[in-house]
Write a protein that binds this ligand. Sequence first.
Ligand code: KG4
Ligand code: ZN
Length: 339
Amino acid sequence: MTAKPKIILGIESSCDDTSAAILVGNQIRANIVASQAIHESFGGVVPELASRAHQENIIPVVQAALNQAQIQLKDLDAIAFTQGPGLMGSLTVGTSFAKALALALDVPLVGVHHMKAHILAHFMDDASDAKPNFPFLCLTVSGGHTQIVQVNDALDMQVLGSTIDDAAGEAFDKAAKMLGLPYPGGPLIDQLAQEGNPTTFQFAKPQIPGLDFSFSGLKTSILYTLQGAEKNEPDFRQKNQADLCASIQNSIVSILMDKLDKAVKHTGIKTVVIAGGVSANSELRKRLLAKKENGWQVSIPKMSYCTDNGAMIAMAGSFYLAAGQTVGQDVAADPRLEW
Ligand code: KG4
Ligand code: ZN
């Protein structure tokens, strides 16, 4: 007799998206995301406003996920939530909610690492055409993280390289801010870059040894380019917006791809995937897919599983649960949760 598939509620509240999802086996039945537009005009996420919005959104979002999946609270086998890393106030809302609900329903509670969940998003039935085989390399690129991770197994991951300053998403967002674009600027740079020339402007390339990344030099180089050009042409930013976006995107994606190339050579692992918000970037997706010609096996999750979502938390929770890795009522949100 085959075991009944587990029904898991996944809750994500690490930054500015409140999300809840229902996973049945490896199948997502609902994945509801409430994004917080309130941060747009501030040029970045305002932590206090984010936690207030999570408080307002959490119950309606969970209710919507249950309704869409046609699942009742009594059907849940476990509750998975993002324990960290992230913003303390934001994480605390999801963590407290998950603890209270698990206590009330008397079901296991699973604390999930946000970045590991981005990686494990690849294992949902509808995430991509082909699931990666272990071991594989994952470039995790989000607003707060940029890493190359060797994934030996769902529960055995090793960070091979990390950013020493800004994350790739942060580099996109800060560059966008310099161009006068609202937060989050990454998707807007991607959109505007479609009409621009990626080789019009050349920015400084980081010289960081090994598999670590750096984006702070690029940021300074973009600023100097803008300030230099505006001495003679005050409306330079507006006039050259598309070419600037395309050139910035080209620089960031080249930095990422160069290190990924290096990691493949260093490890001999040719199965390569991407995860995290920046993996929604069209240029990064295009350049990674082109690597199939070099014999790489590439897997890219569908867009809705790239940016923050409860589905990936439920999926990661299902791996942890199967391994007996649950947490007690004494668990606390951890903004700097270790790998
Ligand atoms: O993983 P995520 O949704 O949240 C964090 O955990 O940080 O990632 C958000 C980041 C933001 O910096 C956003 O600008 C970036 O992902 N991003 C993009 C694109 N879509 C989202 N960056 C470049 N191109 C995109 N299409
Ligand atoms: Zn994320």
